[in-house]
Design a protein around this ligand. Structure first.
Ligand code: ADP
Length: 165
């Protein structure tokens, strides 16, 4: 059984992420989408909230499992018995970082390969950070976020704008 891992911050999961999840789930026997800790980003949503969002928007995909881990990705993949990391590539700007990460992960775990899926053209410009910013305004988010999580994303931003969490 080929198990692939799709790691990321998913803060929150966007339609761009979901498109990669749906395509990768058709290629591999099992896809684990893992919310990872990224020391350079301060997340808006808790790890539990991000896992909950991912579970809700992937409930139609039988071979997709959602997880969260503070581990190094190379160690996590080894522990899960996976030899493939999936990454989505939006533009040349993603490429340089992802190429470096792929080489580092392979150095740390020589049994691990990184496969890139190109973003679908209508999702190329989407990032969680831009969508978080948009969600503070009265903008229709249905092109950007899966319907199931739009009310939660809006509510969180209202709480933040009001100074709470
Ligand atoms: P972001 O860069 O938006 O904070 P993540 O860290 O959650 O995203 O990204 C996880 C993975 O998903 C990365 O491989 C990233 O390149 C990819 N990705 C992010 N947004 C998109 C998109 N709109 N289309 C395709 N891949 C994407």
């Amino acid at each position: 059984m080929t198990i692939a891992i799709y790691p990321g911050s998913f803060d929150p999961v966007t339609k761009g992420h979901l498109n990669i999840i749906e395509r990768a789930s058709k290629i591999f026997d099992k896809l684990i989408v893992c919310v990872m800790v990224n020391g350079t980003k301060r997340p808006t949503f808790t790890s539990a909230e991000r896992v909950d969002f991912l579970e809700r928007v992937t409930s139609h995909l039988d071979n997709v499992q959602i997880d969260a881990s503070p581990e190094l990705l190379a160690d996590y993949a080894r522990r899960m018995g996976s030899s493939v990391i999936i990454k989505g590539l939006r533009a040349a700007t993603d490429f340089e970082n992802e190429f470096q990460m792929a080489l580092i992960n392979r150095k740390l775990n020589p049994g691990l390969d990184t496969m890139f899926l190109t973003a679908e053209h209508q999702y190329m410009f989407m990032s969680s950070s831009v969508i978080r910013e948009l969600s503070r305004y009265d903008v229709d988010l249905s092109d950007f976020l899966p319907e199931q999580i739009i009310p939660d994303v809006r509510e969180k931003n209202h709480l933040i704008d009001e100074g709470g969490k």
